[in-house]
Design a protein around this ligand. Structure first.
Ligand SMILES: CC(C)[C@H](C(=O)O)[C@@H](O)C(=O)O
Ligand code: SF4
Length: 458
Protein backbone atom coordinates (compact mmCIF):
# COMPACT_ATOMS: atom_id res chain seq x y z
CA UNK A 1 0.00 0.00 0.00
CA UNK A 2 2.87 2.35 0.84
CA UNK A 3 4.48 1.68 -2.52
CA UNK A 4 1.19 2.13 -4.36
CA UNK A 5 0.68 5.54 -2.76
CA UNK A 6 4.29 6.52 -3.54
CA UNK A 7 3.83 5.49 -7.18
CA UNK A 8 0.79 7.70 -7.45
CA UNK A 9 2.63 10.72 -6.05
CA UNK A 10 6.19 10.45 -7.32
CA UNK A 11 7.06 13.36 -9.63
CA UNK A 12 7.78 12.13 -13.13
CA UNK A 13 10.99 13.48 -14.60
CA UNK A 14 12.52 14.06 -11.16
CA UNK A 15 15.22 11.49 -11.82
CA UNK A 16 17.77 13.20 -9.59
CA UNK A 17 15.77 12.62 -6.44
CA UNK A 18 13.72 9.44 -6.65
CA UNK A 19 11.16 10.12 -3.95
CA UNK A 20 9.98 13.63 -4.60
CA UNK A 21 6.27 13.47 -3.91
CA UNK A 22 3.31 15.64 -4.71
CA UNK A 23 1.52 16.65 -1.51
CA UNK A 24 -2.30 16.50 -1.70
CA UNK A 25 -2.87 18.33 1.56
CA UNK A 26 -0.55 20.50 3.62
CA UNK A 27 -1.75 21.18 7.13
CA UNK A 28 -0.32 24.11 9.03
CA UNK A 29 -0.66 24.89 12.74
CA UNK A 30 0.22 27.87 14.87
CA UNK A 31 3.85 26.87 15.50
CA UNK A 32 5.31 27.28 12.01
CA UNK A 33 6.20 31.00 11.91
CA UNK A 34 9.80 30.47 10.70
CA UNK A 35 8.60 28.75 7.53
CA UNK A 36 6.73 31.90 6.52
CA UNK A 37 9.71 34.07 7.46
CA UNK A 38 11.75 31.90 5.07
CA UNK A 39 9.28 32.43 2.23
CA UNK A 40 9.39 36.17 2.76
CA UNK A 41 13.20 36.16 2.81
CA UNK A 42 13.32 34.28 -0.49
CA UNK A 43 10.52 36.32 -2.03
CA UNK A 44 8.45 33.17 -2.64
CA UNK A 45 4.73 32.57 -2.68
CA UNK A 46 2.68 29.58 -1.55
CA UNK A 47 2.42 27.28 -4.56
CA UNK A 48 -0.99 25.73 -3.78
CA UNK A 49 -2.91 27.70 -1.17
CA UNK A 50 -5.96 25.67 -2.25
CA UNK A 51 -4.28 22.50 -0.93
CA UNK A 52 -3.09 24.16 2.26
CA UNK A 53 -5.09 24.65 5.43
CA UNK A 54 -4.12 26.26 8.72
CA UNK A 55 -5.69 26.06 12.14
CA UNK A 56 -5.02 27.43 15.61
CA UNK A 57 -4.45 24.67 18.13
CA UNK A 58 -1.25 24.63 20.20
CA UNK A 59 -1.42 28.17 21.49
CA UNK A 60 -5.15 28.82 21.85
CA UNK A 61 -6.68 29.49 25.21
CA UNK A 62 -9.21 26.85 26.20
CA UNK A 63 -10.54 28.95 29.06
CA UNK A 64 -13.19 30.96 27.26
CA UNK A 65 -14.42 31.38 23.71
CA UNK A 66 -12.37 33.31 21.13
CA UNK A 67 -10.62 36.07 23.03
CA UNK A 68 -10.62 38.46 20.09
CA UNK A 69 -8.97 41.54 21.52
CA UNK A 70 -9.08 44.03 18.69
CA UNK A 71 -10.03 43.91 15.03
CA UNK A 72 -6.74 42.13 14.21
CA UNK A 73 -5.56 40.69 17.50
CA UNK A 74 -6.29 37.52 19.47
CA UNK A 75 -4.20 38.64 22.43
CA UNK A 76 -1.43 36.15 21.64
CA UNK A 77 1.56 36.98 19.40
CA UNK A 78 1.65 33.38 18.18
CA UNK A 79 -1.95 33.42 16.98
CA UNK A 80 -1.67 36.94 15.57
CA UNK A 81 1.37 35.79 13.56
CA UNK A 82 -0.49 32.74 12.23
CA UNK A 83 -3.44 34.87 11.16
CA UNK A 84 -1.33 37.53 9.46
CA UNK A 85 0.87 34.93 7.70
CA UNK A 86 -2.23 33.16 6.38
CA UNK A 87 -3.75 36.39 5.18
CA UNK A 88 -0.48 37.53 3.52
CA UNK A 89 -0.02 34.20 1.69
CA UNK A 90 -3.70 33.57 0.94
CA UNK A 91 -4.01 30.39 3.00
CA UNK A 92 -7.39 29.42 4.41
CA UNK A 93 -7.24 29.40 8.20
CA UNK A 94 -9.57 28.31 10.97
CA UNK A 95 -8.59 30.73 13.68
CA UNK A 96 -9.87 31.07 17.23
CA UNK A 97 -13.62 31.45 17.15
CA UNK A 98 -14.07 29.70 13.80
CA UNK A 99 -16.62 26.91 13.95
CA UNK A 100 -14.14 24.63 12.15
CA UNK A 101 -11.14 25.35 14.40
CA UNK A 102 -9.50 22.56 16.32
CA UNK A 103 -6.42 20.38 16.62
CA UNK A 104 -4.95 19.89 13.16
CA UNK A 105 -5.21 16.07 13.24
CA UNK A 106 -8.78 16.21 14.49
CA UNK A 107 -10.22 18.69 12.00
CA UNK A 108 -8.85 17.24 8.75
CA UNK A 109 -10.50 13.81 9.18
CA UNK A 110 -13.62 15.45 10.55
CA UNK A 111 -14.03 17.74 7.53
CA UNK A 112 -13.44 14.88 5.08
CA UNK A 113 -10.18 16.50 3.97
CA UNK A 114 -8.22 13.38 4.90
CA UNK A 115 -9.00 10.75 2.28
CA UNK A 116 -7.56 7.34 1.42
CA UNK A 117 -4.54 7.34 -0.88
CA UNK A 118 -3.49 10.92 -0.15
CA UNK A 119 -0.08 12.19 0.83
CA UNK A 120 -0.48 14.62 3.72
CA UNK A 121 2.29 16.73 5.19
CA UNK A 122 2.27 18.77 8.38
CA UNK A 123 4.96 20.30 10.56
CA UNK A 124 3.86 18.06 13.39
CA UNK A 125 5.09 14.66 14.50
CA UNK A 126 1.61 13.20 14.92
CA UNK A 127 0.76 13.44 11.21
CA UNK A 128 0.87 9.60 10.90
CA UNK A 129 -2.62 9.82 12.51
CA UNK A 130 -4.12 10.30 9.04
CA UNK A 131 -3.08 6.76 8.15
CA UNK A 132 -6.23 5.68 10.01
CA UNK A 133 -8.09 6.72 6.86
CA UNK A 134 -5.55 5.25 4.47
CA UNK A 135 -3.67 8.52 3.90
CA UNK A 136 0.12 8.62 4.10
CA UNK A 137 0.87 11.35 6.64
CA UNK A 138 4.37 12.72 7.21
CA UNK A 139 5.45 14.90 10.10
CA UNK A 140 8.04 17.31 8.73
CA UNK A 141 10.47 19.88 10.15
CA UNK A 142 10.29 23.64 9.67
CA UNK A 143 12.56 23.79 6.62
CA UNK A 144 10.44 21.11 4.94
CA UNK A 145 7.30 23.08 5.81
CA UNK A 146 8.81 26.02 3.93
CA UNK A 147 9.67 23.70 1.02
CA UNK A 148 6.14 22.27 0.86
CA UNK A 149 4.62 25.75 1.07
CA UNK A 150 6.80 26.90 -1.84
CA UNK A 151 6.59 23.80 -4.08
CA UNK A 152 3.75 21.53 -2.85
CA UNK A 153 6.28 18.70 -2.99
CA UNK A 154 8.15 16.76 -0.36
CA UNK A 155 11.49 15.01 -0.69
CA UNK A 156 11.30 11.72 1.11
CA UNK A 157 14.15 9.58 2.39
CA UNK A 158 13.97 5.88 1.59
CA UNK A 159 11.74 4.19 4.14
CA UNK A 160 11.17 0.58 5.01
CA UNK A 161 7.81 -1.15 5.35
CA UNK A 162 6.53 -3.09 8.34
CA UNK A 163 3.32 -5.05 8.63
CA UNK A 164 1.83 -5.22 12.12
CA UNK A 165 -0.86 -7.92 12.16
CA UNK A 166 -3.24 -7.46 15.07
CA UNK A 167 -4.74 -10.83 15.94
CA UNK A 168 -7.54 -11.66 18.40
CA UNK A 169 -9.72 -8.82 19.62
CA UNK A 170 -9.72 -6.26 22.41
CA UNK A 171 -11.53 -7.57 25.47
CA UNK A 172 -14.43 -5.49 26.87
CA UNK A 173 -13.05 -2.50 28.78
CA UNK A 174 -9.80 -2.52 26.80
CA UNK A 175 -9.41 0.34 24.33
CA UNK A 176 -7.40 1.31 21.26
CA UNK A 177 -5.26 3.47 23.56
CA UNK A 178 -4.30 0.42 25.61
CA UNK A 179 -3.48 -1.43 22.38
CA UNK A 180 -1.38 1.50 21.16
CA UNK A 181 0.50 1.76 24.46
CA UNK A 182 1.17 -1.99 24.29
CA UNK A 183 2.67 -1.57 20.82
CA UNK A 184 4.72 1.45 21.93
CA UNK A 185 6.17 -0.73 24.71
CA UNK A 186 6.91 -3.52 22.23
CA UNK A 187 8.74 -1.13 19.87
CA UNK A 188 10.76 0.50 22.63
CA UNK A 189 13.94 -1.05 21.22
CA UNK A 190 13.53 1.00 18.05
CA UNK A 191 12.53 -1.73 15.58
CA UNK A 192 9.95 0.54 13.94
CA UNK A 193 12.39 3.38 13.22
CA UNK A 194 12.59 4.40 9.58
CA UNK A 195 9.53 2.27 8.80
CA UNK A 196 6.04 2.89 7.59
CA UNK A 197 3.79 0.56 9.56
CA UNK A 198 0.75 -0.95 7.92
CA UNK A 199 -1.74 -2.26 10.48
CA UNK A 200 -3.76 -5.28 9.44
CA UNK A 201 -5.58 -8.20 11.03
CA UNK A 202 -8.90 -9.12 12.63
CA UNK A 203 -8.46 -6.89 15.69
CA UNK A 204 -7.74 -3.92 13.44
CA UNK A 205 -10.77 -4.60 11.24
CA UNK A 206 -13.04 -4.29 14.28
CA UNK A 207 -11.73 -0.84 15.30
CA UNK A 208 -13.68 2.32 14.47
CA UNK A 209 -11.95 5.08 12.52
CA UNK A 210 -11.64 7.03 15.79
CA UNK A 211 -9.83 4.07 17.37
CA UNK A 212 -7.62 3.73 14.31
CA UNK A 213 -6.80 7.44 14.62
CA UNK A 214 -5.65 6.84 18.20
CA UNK A 215 -3.55 3.87 17.08
CA UNK A 216 -1.93 5.65 14.11
CA UNK A 217 -1.40 8.78 16.25
CA UNK A 218 0.68 6.71 18.67
CA UNK A 219 2.67 5.25 15.74
CA UNK A 220 4.80 8.37 16.17
CA UNK A 221 5.66 7.11 19.68
CA UNK A 222 6.36 3.63 18.27
CA UNK A 223 9.17 5.33 16.35
CA UNK A 224 7.56 4.81 12.94
CA UNK A 225 7.86 7.44 10.21
CA UNK A 226 4.24 6.91 9.20
CA UNK A 227 1.35 4.47 9.52
CA UNK A 228 -1.36 3.11 7.26
CA UNK A 229 -4.64 1.24 7.47
CA UNK A 230 -6.12 0.08 4.16
CA UNK A 231 -9.54 1.62 3.54
CA UNK A 232 -12.46 -0.74 4.22
CA UNK A 233 -16.21 -0.35 4.76
CA UNK A 234 -15.57 1.34 8.10
CA UNK A 235 -13.38 3.96 6.40
CA UNK A 236 -15.79 4.54 3.54
CA UNK A 237 -18.77 5.03 5.87
CA UNK A 238 -16.68 7.47 7.89
CA UNK A 239 -15.73 9.64 4.91
CA UNK A 240 -19.15 9.51 3.19
CA UNK A 241 -21.07 12.78 3.26
CA UNK A 242 -18.36 14.83 4.98
CA UNK A 243 -17.92 18.44 3.91
CA UNK A 244 -14.92 17.85 1.60
CA UNK A 245 -15.69 14.25 0.62
CA UNK A 246 -16.32 13.66 -3.07
CA UNK A 247 -20.01 13.60 -3.99
CA UNK A 248 -22.20 12.02 -6.69
CA UNK A 249 -20.38 10.24 -9.49
CA UNK A 250 -17.03 11.40 -8.08
CA UNK A 251 -17.84 9.55 -4.87
CA UNK A 252 -18.43 6.26 -6.68
CA UNK A 253 -15.22 6.71 -8.65
CA UNK A 254 -13.30 7.51 -5.47
CA UNK A 255 -14.59 4.43 -3.62
CA UNK A 256 -13.70 2.27 -6.61
CA UNK A 257 -10.22 3.82 -6.68
CA UNK A 258 -9.69 3.38 -2.93
CA UNK A 259 -10.43 -0.33 -3.26
CA UNK A 260 -7.21 -0.65 -5.28
CA UNK A 261 -5.00 0.80 -2.52
CA UNK A 262 -4.75 -2.27 -0.26
CA UNK A 263 -1.53 -4.20 -0.16
CA UNK A 264 -1.59 -7.20 -2.47
CA UNK A 265 -2.01 -10.56 -0.69
CA UNK A 266 1.54 -11.51 -1.72
CA UNK A 267 3.06 -8.14 -0.76
CA UNK A 268 6.48 -8.41 0.86
CA UNK A 269 7.30 -6.18 3.84
CA UNK A 270 10.75 -5.39 5.20
CA UNK A 271 9.55 -6.45 8.65
CA UNK A 272 6.62 -8.48 9.99
CA UNK A 273 5.23 -8.27 13.52
CA UNK A 274 2.26 -10.16 14.97
CA UNK A 275 0.61 -8.74 18.08
CA UNK A 276 -2.20 -10.43 20.00
CA UNK A 277 -4.86 -7.90 20.99
CA UNK A 278 -6.32 -10.44 23.45
CA UNK A 279 -3.34 -9.81 25.70
CA UNK A 280 -3.95 -6.04 26.04
CA UNK A 281 -5.12 -4.69 29.38
CA UNK A 282 -6.17 -1.28 30.71
CA UNK A 283 -2.80 0.45 30.91
CA UNK A 284 -1.08 3.56 32.24
CA UNK A 285 2.45 4.86 31.89
CA UNK A 286 4.61 5.02 35.01
CA UNK A 287 7.70 6.69 33.53
CA UNK A 288 8.87 9.49 31.29
CA UNK A 289 8.50 7.88 27.87
CA UNK A 290 5.28 6.45 26.41
CA UNK A 291 6.97 3.03 26.36
CA UNK A 292 7.25 2.93 30.17
CA UNK A 293 3.81 1.52 30.91
CA UNK A 294 2.13 -1.27 32.87
CA UNK A 295 -1.31 -2.78 33.34
CA UNK A 296 -3.39 -1.08 36.02
CA UNK A 297 -3.66 -4.30 38.04
CA UNK A 298 0.14 -4.67 37.99
CA UNK A 299 2.95 -2.97 39.90
CA UNK A 300 5.32 -0.16 39.05
CA UNK A 301 8.41 -2.12 37.91
CA UNK A 302 11.59 -2.17 39.97
CA UNK A 303 14.41 -0.68 37.86
CA UNK A 304 16.42 -3.91 37.97
CA UNK A 305 13.49 -5.79 36.39
CA UNK A 306 13.51 -3.49 33.35
CA UNK A 307 15.60 -3.61 30.17
CA UNK A 308 17.28 -0.31 31.05
CA UNK A 309 17.61 0.01 34.85
CA UNK A 310 19.35 3.41 34.68
CA UNK A 311 16.61 4.96 32.56
CA UNK A 312 13.93 3.41 34.78
CA UNK A 313 15.62 4.70 37.95
CA UNK A 314 15.82 8.25 36.59
CA UNK A 315 12.23 8.06 35.37
CA UNK A 316 10.91 6.83 38.73
CA UNK A 317 12.84 9.54 40.51
CA UNK A 318 11.34 12.24 38.29
CA UNK A 319 7.89 10.69 38.67
CA UNK A 320 8.22 10.43 42.47
CA UNK A 321 7.38 6.70 42.39
CA UNK A 322 8.82 3.55 43.95
CA UNK A 323 9.31 0.30 42.08
CA UNK A 324 6.93 -2.32 43.48
CA UNK A 325 4.03 -0.04 44.35
CA UNK A 326 0.65 -0.97 42.84
CA UNK A 327 -0.15 1.05 39.71
CA UNK A 328 -3.69 1.49 41.04
CA UNK A 329 -2.44 3.21 44.20
CA UNK A 330 -0.89 6.19 42.36
CA UNK A 331 -2.72 9.34 43.50
CA UNK A 332 -3.24 12.07 40.95
CA UNK A 333 -4.01 15.81 41.18
CA UNK A 334 -5.29 16.57 37.69
CA UNK A 335 -7.02 14.68 34.89
CA UNK A 336 -6.75 15.90 31.30
CA UNK A 337 -9.16 14.45 28.75
CA UNK A 338 -8.40 15.65 25.21
CA UNK A 339 -5.61 15.93 22.56
CA UNK A 340 -5.27 14.57 19.02
CA UNK A 341 -4.79 11.09 20.51
CA UNK A 342 -8.14 11.03 22.35
CA UNK A 343 -10.07 14.28 21.93
CA UNK A 344 -12.78 13.11 19.54
CA UNK A 345 -16.50 12.62 20.17
CA UNK A 346 -16.14 8.86 20.70
CA UNK A 347 -13.47 9.51 23.35
CA UNK A 348 -15.68 12.00 25.18
CA UNK A 349 -18.57 9.52 25.07
CA UNK A 350 -16.33 6.83 26.60
CA UNK A 351 -15.34 9.19 29.41
CA UNK A 352 -18.94 10.33 29.96
CA UNK A 353 -20.15 6.71 30.17
CA UNK A 354 -17.83 6.13 33.12
CA UNK A 355 -18.50 9.42 34.88
CA UNK A 356 -22.28 9.47 34.43
CA UNK A 357 -23.99 9.80 37.83
CA UNK A 358 -20.65 9.96 39.68
CA UNK A 359 -18.63 12.80 41.18
CA UNK A 360 -15.00 13.79 40.78
CA UNK A 361 -12.89 12.97 43.88
CA UNK A 362 -12.22 15.91 46.22
CA UNK A 363 -9.14 18.00 45.33
CA UNK A 364 -8.92 16.59 41.81
CA UNK A 365 -9.12 19.05 38.94
CA UNK A 366 -10.45 17.68 35.63
CA UNK A 367 -10.20 19.41 32.28
CA UNK A 368 -12.27 18.04 29.43
CA UNK A 369 -11.06 19.62 26.20
CA UNK A 370 -12.77 18.73 22.92
CA UNK A 371 -10.38 18.27 20.00
CA UNK A 372 -12.30 20.67 17.80
CA UNK A 373 -15.18 23.13 17.80
CA UNK A 374 -17.25 20.58 15.94
CA UNK A 375 -16.55 17.90 18.57
CA UNK A 376 -17.57 20.46 21.19
CA UNK A 377 -20.87 21.27 19.50
CA UNK A 378 -21.69 17.59 18.85
CA UNK A 379 -20.88 16.70 22.45
CA UNK A 380 -23.11 19.49 23.72
CA UNK A 381 -25.93 18.37 21.45
CA UNK A 382 -25.74 14.96 23.19
CA UNK A 383 -25.58 16.53 26.64
CA UNK A 384 -22.07 15.26 27.38
CA UNK A 385 -21.03 18.69 28.67
CA UNK A 386 -23.68 18.44 31.37
CA UNK A 387 -22.52 14.95 32.36
CA UNK A 388 -19.02 16.36 32.84
CA UNK A 389 -19.95 19.58 34.59
CA UNK A 390 -22.42 17.90 36.96
CA UNK A 391 -19.63 15.54 37.98
CA UNK A 392 -17.47 18.57 38.82
CA UNK A 393 -15.33 18.63 35.66
CA UNK A 394 -14.35 21.68 33.59
CA UNK A 395 -15.76 21.78 30.06
CA UNK A 396 -13.26 23.77 27.98
CA UNK A 397 -12.82 25.31 24.54
CA UNK A 398 -11.05 23.23 21.82
CA UNK A 399 -7.25 23.13 21.46
CA UNK A 400 -4.11 21.18 22.38
CA UNK A 401 -4.46 22.45 25.94
CA UNK A 402 -2.59 20.49 28.61
CA UNK A 403 -1.11 17.99 26.15
CA UNK A 404 1.82 20.36 25.81
CA UNK A 405 2.38 23.32 28.08
CA UNK A 406 2.45 25.91 25.30
CA UNK A 407 -0.70 27.73 26.36
CA UNK A 408 -2.35 28.71 29.63
CA UNK A 409 -3.15 25.10 30.60
CA UNK A 410 -0.03 23.98 32.43
CA UNK A 411 0.73 21.96 35.55
CA UNK A 412 2.81 23.15 38.47
CA UNK A 413 6.03 21.39 39.60
CA UNK A 414 5.42 17.96 41.16
CA UNK A 415 1.77 17.93 40.09
CA UNK A 416 0.62 14.53 38.86
CA UNK A 417 -1.74 14.23 35.91
CA UNK A 418 -3.58 11.36 34.25
CA UNK A 419 -3.75 12.46 30.62
CA UNK A 420 -5.31 10.96 27.49
CA UNK A 421 -2.56 12.49 25.34
CA UNK A 422 0.42 10.74 23.76
CA UNK A 423 3.61 12.03 25.42
CA UNK A 424 4.78 12.01 29.02
CA UNK A 425 8.26 13.48 28.65
CA UNK A 426 9.79 15.40 31.55
CA UNK A 427 8.27 18.84 31.81
CA UNK A 428 5.90 18.40 28.88
CA UNK A 429 2.85 19.61 30.81
CA UNK A 430 4.88 22.18 32.75
CA UNK A 431 8.28 22.25 34.49
CA UNK A 432 8.48 19.37 36.99
CA UNK A 433 5.00 18.11 36.10
CA UNK A 434 4.34 14.34 36.08
CA UNK A 435 2.24 12.71 33.37
CA UNK A 436 0.55 9.30 33.24
CA UNK A 437 -0.83 8.42 29.81
CA UNK A 438 -4.18 6.61 29.88
CA UNK A 439 -7.34 6.00 27.82
CA UNK A 440 -10.40 8.25 28.19
CA UNK A 441 -12.23 5.56 30.19
CA UNK A 442 -9.32 5.16 32.60
CA UNK A 443 -8.97 8.94 32.85
CA UNK A 444 -12.63 9.26 33.82
CA UNK A 445 -12.42 6.45 36.40
CA UNK A 446 -9.26 8.05 37.79
CA UNK A 447 -11.08 11.36 38.14
CA UNK A 448 -13.72 9.62 40.27
CA UNK A 449 -11.35 7.88 42.67
CA UNK A 450 -8.37 10.25 42.63
CA UNK A 451 -5.94 7.42 41.81
CA UNK A 452 -5.15 5.50 38.61
CA UNK A 453 -8.22 3.31 38.15
CA UNK A 454 -9.50 0.66 35.78
CA UNK A 455 -13.20 1.54 35.23
CA UNK A 456 -14.10 -2.14 35.68
CA UNK A 457 -13.14 -1.83 39.36
CA UNK A 458 -15.45 1.13 40.10
C1 LIG B 1 4.67 21.61 18.52
C2 LIG B 1 4.72 20.47 17.55
C3 LIG B 1 5.74 20.74 16.54
C4 LIG B 1 4.85 19.14 18.28
C5 LIG B 1 4.97 17.94 17.37
O1 LIG B 1 5.72 17.95 16.39
O2 LIG B 1 4.37 16.95 17.59
C6 LIG B 1 3.66 18.95 19.20
O3 LIG B 1 2.46 18.89 18.52
C7 LIG B 1 3.82 17.76 20.09
O4 LIG B 1 2.87 17.01 20.22
O5 LIG B 1 4.90 17.59 20.66
S1 SF4 C 1 -2.77 17.66 20.89
FE1 SF4 C 1 -0.72 17.31 21.68
S2 SF4 C 1 0.18 15.77 20.38
FE2 SF4 C 1 -1.58 16.60 19.30
S3 SF4 C 1 -0.75 18.23 18.01
FE3 SF4 C 1 -1.42 19.17 19.95
S4 SF4 C 1 0.41 19.20 21.24
FE4 SF4 C 1 0.82 17.75 19.55
Amino acid sequence: MYEKILDRHRLRGATDIPDRLFVDLHLVHDLSPQAFDGLRREGRTVRRPDLTLATADHGVSTASPAPEVGPRSFGSPQLDTLMSNCSQFGIPVYGPGSNKQGIVHVIAPELGLTQPGMVIACGDSHTPSHGALGALGFGIGTSDVEHVLATQTLVLPTLKTMRVTLTGSLRPGVTAKDLALGLVRLFNAGDARGHVIEFQGPALARLSVEDRLTLCNLAAEMGARSALVAPDEVTIEHVRGRRHAPAGARWDAAVEDWSRLSSDPDAVFDAEVVFDADLCEPTATWGTTPAMSAALDAFVPRPEETADPTAARLALEYMGLMGGEPMASIQIDVVFIGSCANGRLEDLRAAADVVHGRMVAPNVRVLVVPGSRSVKLDAEAEGLDRVFTSAGMEWREPGCSMCLGLNDDTLGPGMRCAATSNRNFEGRQGPGARTHLVSPAVAAATAVTGRLTDPATL
